[in-house]
Design a protein around this ligand. Sequence first.
Ligand code: PHE
Ligand code: ZN
Length: 897
Amino acid sequence: MRDGQPHAIYLKDYQAPDYLIEHTTLDVDLGEDETRVRASIRFNANPEGKGKRELTLDGGKDLDTRSIAIDGRKLSHNEYKIEGETLTLFEVPEQFVLETEVLIKPQDNMALSGLYKSGDMFCTQCEAEGFRHITWYLDRPDVLSEFETTITADKSAYPVLLSNGNAVAREDLGDRHRVTWHDPFLKPAYLYALVAGDLEHIEDHFVTMSGRRVTLQIFTEAHNIDKVDFAMESLKTSMRWDEEVYGREYDLDIFMIVAVDSFNMGAMENKGLNIFNTSCVLAHPETTTDAAFQRVESVVAHEYFHNWSGNRVTCRDWFQLSLKEGFTVLRDQQFSCDQWSPSVCRIEQVQMLRSAQFPEDAGPMAHPIRPPSFIEINNFYTATVYEKGAEVVGMLATLLGPDAFRRGTDLYFDRHDGQAVTTEDFVQAMIDASGADLDQFQTWYHQAGTPEIEAKGHYDAVAKTYTLTLRQATPPTPGQSEKKPLHMPITLGLVGECGSDLVFDIEGCSAREIKGPDGYSRVLELRESEQVFVLTGVTSKPIPSVARHFSAPVKWIIDYSLEDLAFLSRHDSDGFNRWEAGQRLAIHLIDALERGNDGVSCDEASAMFLSVMTHHLKEALNVADSDVDGAGLAYNLSLPGLAFLGELRAEINVDSLVKARNAVKRMVADRCFDELSAVLEAALSDDSFAMTAEAVGRRALVNVCLDYLLASQRDEAVAIAERVYRGADNMTLWAGALRAVVGSELPSAPAARAWMLEDFYARGQKDALVMDLWFSIQAASGREGAVERVKALMAHPDYTLKNPNRMRSVIGAFAGQNVSGFHESTGAGYSLLADTIIELDRFNPQMAARMLGPLTRWRKYGAARGGLMKAALEKIQAQAERSPDVFEVVGKSLSDA
Ligand code: PHE
Ligand code: ZN
């Protein structure tokens, strides 16, 4: 594809394959110089195909083809054609066995797609289109085959040889050995996996609901074997949860996870043999922050849940990616909410949505959760497909209610087991199981952009009614100027004067009720551009609590008074909306400061905001007696992030925005210094490390307090951070203290920074993920001189572009989190990113294209910065050798559409 213009493919052009594959036998002989792959593939004409007897297979330029035979007869050169990345067989029978032999060089594969080496081990990554780099194949998800794999390799370098399914034969060949694996479940090639290495493993087992005993194994290199117990626990918890909540039982006798250092993404759900980025499976108190522990738990669950949502029922084509990803993300989110505090989980999900998905949906790469076209599918593993996709399935669950939703998922799994299906099939199962009218709801699958909803309310004290008017509109996105109104659930509560929820009715509609121990909500269904809901039986003047638990992925415009927000932040029965009210207050204040509004409104907003912060700090001082847990309070105390704040503005002025947010942070730090220190002291514990909600909450409070204290003007804060660091026995506090000190401008910060960085670096020498953190904390620091610091980090001997985790820890942290550094006014940050992307694109196009994200929104940064960002994109575009991945993102970013 590097020659000529890459072209788009369209969903509307989908055609069923002319051939299906019944059986695939692979014989993989692994070598240091070359690897020999012999494939024997049994093809049958597809009754649903168009009857063509010419067959084109997918491959890569990296396949060195040695022989091609059909039904045992070697083909001569005029019977086939290899052109670019395809192999065409001119005339094939209705049924035949194709035998091919190719040589590949996994050791040179730096794109990390197909068969490659991660350190000393061999591993594979086949989603989306990696299998074609292993052998010629019909590499598309609607072709499902049985697989048998024989792996031969050096016995001492690769004592462990793994593939999908069950090991059915082993053979000792002296210096080498051979293992054969058979997977009885039909699967598309993207779920294929192979691993060979010198690995250790831990083993456990799980007894399924029907009483079958499943062996569970987690493999890592020897130096990491002490860090996989938590993942094993998470796996067992996930397996039980999926039985209890979705009625899904595991199907093979063995389930394996392998940890690899070099991996483009988080992890991969290969049938029976999940392959994980070490960052998503290793966990140990001394190397792993609480957030990373929780990520391990949720990714283990996510990949395990794919066994049903993705593997047993898979996607017809890659346009349907959200069918498996959106649904599986929702499942892992529900799982996490069941393990920890549901409102804290929801806050984290929404922060992610707002900081990553909303910007994407408002930029040049905006696409519906089911895109109509793409150039490179790897560019569509996006926050939209994943996170917004999860929101869309989550809205179905809210609209239908838990029982009907479960009937729908049961029907979906039952009806489509073993099939490759579409998002329409999913929604149809929901309709058939519930009788709900979801025609209009389907629009969520093909309309891009984040809807904006304006809410206006009016209380009539005489009639005891509250009238709520909702007006929705979705801004245009590239290629979609006209937008339709969407159907969505709005979970609404009314908070009465004394702070508790009012019970109410709705005129002319039967909105589902949600009753909690001290909460009352109803699920309104919004369908029109403008819709009026008359709530009756409202006994006193309420404050509306709109979209509890963030019931729809939209932006809200609600004209709350400062008093309303302060009230809600204390009393709303919905933990998410309590946090949300505080965020709105903070946004209000930051906006006022940035606009340089008259002193009065700034003073008023500051006073109100400080009173709310003081309230939360009081609660936090006695977290054991508060009804909010520590993690929830830590979020209530945190300011909205720069990414989300930027998203709320038509044009982002980096300087004034950063300045305004910093001013609020410093104000809280200075005015509440004593309260913050007191909360910190109270939350520091002498107990040894525990991974419980209570302990996680306390550490979260320590870190949020440190973050403020080090932004104050009192130098003694540095000593507090040093004491926390010295007294800690876990990575959450070490990283929290280091981050706060690295970002601090206080006079004694440089000295503290020096010894802490040195100490942290020493820890990192024993653990690559700690070293990643050492890099990322520095790359994300917004202190003066960021570009030079990042350049120095990139020149560090422990830095490499070749390992995606290390690359992301510097480039990703710098361009994604370091707003003031990356947007440094000379444009030096943009040039640094552009040059790095150009280099990265020579060997790992997927990663190169992902790193483009921060540049794509150049139009939002005003003429000066926007122009420099655009120039950086143009420099990348001018490269002769750019991948289709980069071509697509840069092209869309620069186009006028
Ligand atoms: N399918 C993986 C997941 O979401 C993600 C992935 C995609 C991994 C492509 C590697 C390559 O669970
Ligand atoms: Zn997934």
